[in-house]
Design a protein around this ligand. Sequence first.
Ligand SMILES: [Zn+2]
Ligand SMILES: [Zn+2]
Length: 202
Amino acid sequence: MQIILIGFIIDIPISIPLQFLAFIIAYLLTDFINGFIHMVMDNTDNYTSIFGPFIANFHRHHQTPMYTKRPIPIVYFNESGAKIWLVPYLIFVIVLLLGFNMSPMLLHALVYIGILSSVAEISHYLCHTSNSKIVRFLGRYRILLSRQHHELHHQCDNMHYAFLNGVSDSILNWIAKRIYPGYKKTTDLHFAHYSPDDTLKR
Ligand SMILES: [Zn+2]
Ligand SMILES: [Zn+2]
């Protein structure tokens, strides 16, 4: 669907400065949107809903944050597939592109958000798996997520949910403090109920 979106958006050209602006806005919004969804998922314990298995599985990232090392395109594909909200989002943008006469810059920004949401998964993956110079460089300049910044999400509680580059974390931390008590006091405690080790013990 991301390839289809690129195919459609190419037919809606905009100037280079507007393209750049759409990309920057999309970059900031992607960091916030993905961080916000991460925050809601970390703090949701409605395991009996239709999304229950996805929510339970998602909570495991605090206890088992280490990824299996794989080629980046495979990680891109697998992690995008696990983002269940991305499918309706991409369909929504395709419908907008086909059926509505909207601002070309807005459409470009929406397409960028659809693609950068997958890049955010790569950013999180690299943050946990790579200590290469280029990844550290990208993290230092806040192009991708830095390990030092993201570490606080795993070490502390109810903070640093963003995972494209982390620039929206100050807003997300502010929201999180006001609406959630924190995952370490709530959903993290449920981990034992669905850990494979626990299943073996029982
Ligand atoms: Zn989390
Ligand atoms: Zn992490």
